[in-house]
Design a binder for this molecule. Structure first.
Ligand code: PSU
Ligand code: MN
Length: 302
């Protein structure tokens, strides 16, 4: 059921740092060929910071942890399923190709003993009252993995998303930020639970959390300032994108990819550039966290 790349297997066996990477962002989050390029760059950044990258996806009835170049390319082809916890077993059973969201990626990571994952942003509570809540949230509530991300996209209801995290016991650490970042933008009015200045400083908190709790922990890193999309501009892009989606009657799991695509077009690439910058940066930050976690010693080290 699990096919673990040799390099990842060795690192895990020797308590070396490993960073899990999701694959939905490749298959459904970014346009081709940028998506494959970014996937490779994220892996390279993880390596440069001293950890082993483990991109996760489903192929032929197995969870693959650590992908070949050919598999990365395959994820960019049409027809790849978007996999969360509601269809993970179904896609495995059908032996199809599945790109894992944060929810499915952390589940797989935890099963093979990986403590840290990097992504762009988590899913959350959608705007409106139709109970569209990302599977990422319950997965975080149940899965002991640290997720390094730039918060959640402001296409979501961020206030409800932030409340959900607190209710379900998922601590939010801010790296160089007092507020929960909004993916494309650095600022919101929503607090983090604790601020640290570096990913290394987050390691002792993450180490304790993963030892005493059975839930995930978010380590949020704002988009690099030079690539931020300011909130006011973003809200204009979002209003236009939402109007477009409503007219096309898009629902459920298709909403996030369709919105990202519309936003990139309407913002003339500004949201895409922010997305790329934060993905690269988060890969580096996650690797630094993973390295620091393996160097922890004392009572709380696992
Ligand atoms: N953030 C991005 N691009 C993405 C996603 C998040 O910048 O493609 C994906 C992640 O895989 C996340 C998923 O787990 O969207 C959430 O989708 P949904 O709201 O359908 O659960
Ligand atoms: Mn959803």
């Amino acid at each position: 059921m699990f096919v673990i790349a040799e390099e990842v297997r060795e690192a895990l066996a020797n308590d070396q740092p490993v960073v899990a990477l999701e694959s939905t962002v490749i298959a459904h989050g970014l346009p081709y060929p940028k998506n494959v390029e970014i996937a490779r760059e994220m892996e390279a950044n993880v390596r440069a910071a001293g950890a082993v990258p483990a991109t996760i996806a489903l192929f032929d009835g197995a969870v693959h942890v650590g992908l070949t170049e050919a598999q990365l390319e395959q994820l960019a082809e049409p027809g790849v399923e978007k996999v969360n916890l509601s269809n993970l077993s179904l896609v495995l059973a059908s032996k199809g190709v599945g790109a894992t969201t944060v929810a499915a990626t952390i589940w797989c990571a935890a099963r093979v003993g990986i403590d840290v994952m990097a992504t762009g942003g988590i899913g959350g509570v959608h705007r409106g009252d139709d109970w569209d809540v990302s599977s990422d949230l319950p997965a975080l509530a149940q899965t002991p993995v640290a997720v390094v991300c730039s918060g959640a996209k402001s296409i979501l209801d961020l206030r409800r998303t932030r409340e959900w995290l607190e209710t379900w016991g998922i601590p939010v650490v801010g790296v160089e930020t007092d507020v929960f970042p909004a993916f494309f933008s650095r600022l919101t009015e929503l607090p983090v639970d604790v601020r640290v200045e570096t990913p290394e400083d987050a390691a002792s908190i993450v180490g304790v959390h993963l030892t005493v709790r059975e839930s995930g922990i978010l380590v949020t890193v704002p988009v690099p300032a030079e690539h931020e999309v300011p909130v006011a501009a973003f809200n204009r892009f979002l209003a236009a994108a939402n109007a477009e989606l409503a007219a096309r009657n898009i629902r459920g799991a298709d909403v996030t990819p369709a919105l990202l695509d519309a936003l990139a077009r309407i913002s003339e690439g500004a949201t895409l550039r922010a997305n790329e910058a934060l993905l690269r940066n988060n890969a580096t930050m996650a690797a630094r966290l993973a390295v620091a976690l393996t160097q922890l010693d004392g009572e709380w080290a696992d």
